[in-house]
Design a protein around this ligand. Structure first.
Ligand code: DAH
Length: 339
């Protein structure tokens, strides 16, 4: 280069000392940027005599081009080095084991509820869900349990006011359905119920599944046929049912339904306390009074109803010995109910 105004060497030295592309860029700006030293030379050109300018301009341009080439070469070198370092740092070890995400599972109560809905909808039942806060009429009076009826003592009720209470039974839904719908009726009503009761097999909140069938000519035989099918599907292919006389104000006759013990096949074991049978639900023919209360003519129609505790079914099905396990939600317990 004919003349470099002392800048070529200075810029080269500084550029070569730059440790990374960012530092190099700063050096580049110092010489070639808008306020850089080489640019300043061009700006100063107007001070020169007109005839001296072309030669001066040529020199400065030659210097600028030489520097640009130098910077470009250094920049490429540094960038390559930086890329290599980045790739080395971000290298992925494809042999590392992945992070495990734990999959949840349905709660046994939800599971049994879904199985029951599945089973009964296969027989033509439709689901109806009533309110958890009920009034005295739907929970008791309309179900043939007036205020002074001794059967009210069968269930310890949580009253909210004189009129409103936490429903003690999903049977309240029977009334709500019959008030709105004309027979034929075939409904299933799952839901939470509440009672002031607390021990290894009772919890103040639990779930019930109610069923109601009303039509012309419904008999206890229809109920038993349906229950046999329920027992076979829910417990085991060889399960049988047995009806024992019982009492509920809203059914007449009323029955308690036992299922042959699936653990011992009916021979007698500790689960069935040696009897071979396990009580699973209450049922009966809908009391004429209840039909009348809902405007259904008991001389034209008859029906059966049943109600079971979902926790109880889950405990029997999965061999759970304490109802509290179902509300504690300990993952070690719940994890056992995966498919
Ligand atoms: N509601 C009863 C209870 O909670 C269970 C029950 C018994 C429901 C007989 C019914 C029935 O529909 O017919 O103890």
């Amino acid at each position: 280069m004919e003349e470099d105004f002392g800048l070529l060497q200075e810029a080269t030295r500084e550029a070569e000392a730059a440790e990374d592309s960012r530092a190099l860029y700063e050096v580049k700006m110092k010489f070639l940027g808008r306020t850089g030293k080489v640019t300043a030379l061009l700006k100063g050109m107007k001070e020169l005599a007109a005839e001296a300018r072309p030669a001066f301009g040529k020199k400065v341009n030659a210097l600028r081009e030489a520097l640009e080439e130098k910077f470009a070469a250094l920049e490429e070198k540094l960038k390559r080095k930086e890329l290599e370092a980045k790739l080395a740092e971000e290298q992925i070890d494809v042999t590392m084991p992945g992070r495990h995400t734990k999959a949840g599972a349905l709660h046994p109560v939800t599971r049994v509820k879904d199985q029951l809905i599945d089973l009964f909808s296969g027989m033509g039942f439709e689901v109806f869900e009533g309110p958890e806060i009920e009034n005295d009429y739907y929970n008791f009076t309309a179900l043939n349990t007036p205020a002074d009826h001794p059967a009210r003592d069968m269930q310890d009720t949580f009253y909210l006011t004189e009129e409103f209470l936490l429903r003690t039974q999903t049977s309240a839904g029977q009334i709500r359905v019959m008030e709105k719908k004309k027979p034929p009726i075939k409904i299933l009503s799952p839901g939470r119920v509440f009672r002031s009761d607390d021990d290894a097999t009772h919890s103040p909140m639990f779930h019930q599944m109610e069923g109601l069938v009303v039509d012309r000519g419904i008999t206890l035989c229809d109920l038993q046929g349906m229950l046999d099918e329920f027992a076979r599907k829910m417990f085991s292919e060889t399960s049988k049912t047995r009806l024992r006389p019982s009492y509920f104000p809203f059914t007449e006759p009323s029955v308690e339904v036992d299922v042959s013990c699936a653990a011992c096949g009916g021979k007698g074991c500790s689960l069935c306390k040696g009897t071979g049978w396990i009580e699973v639900l209450g049922a009966g023919m809908v009391n004429r009074r209840v039909l009348e209360n809902c405007g259904v003519d008991p001389d034209e129609y008859s029906g059966f109803a049943f109600g079971m505790g979902i926790e109880r079914i889950a405990m029997l099905k999965y061999g759970i010995n304490n109802i509290k396990l179902l509300t504690e939600n300990d993952v070690r317990f719940l994890e056992q109910f995966k498919d």
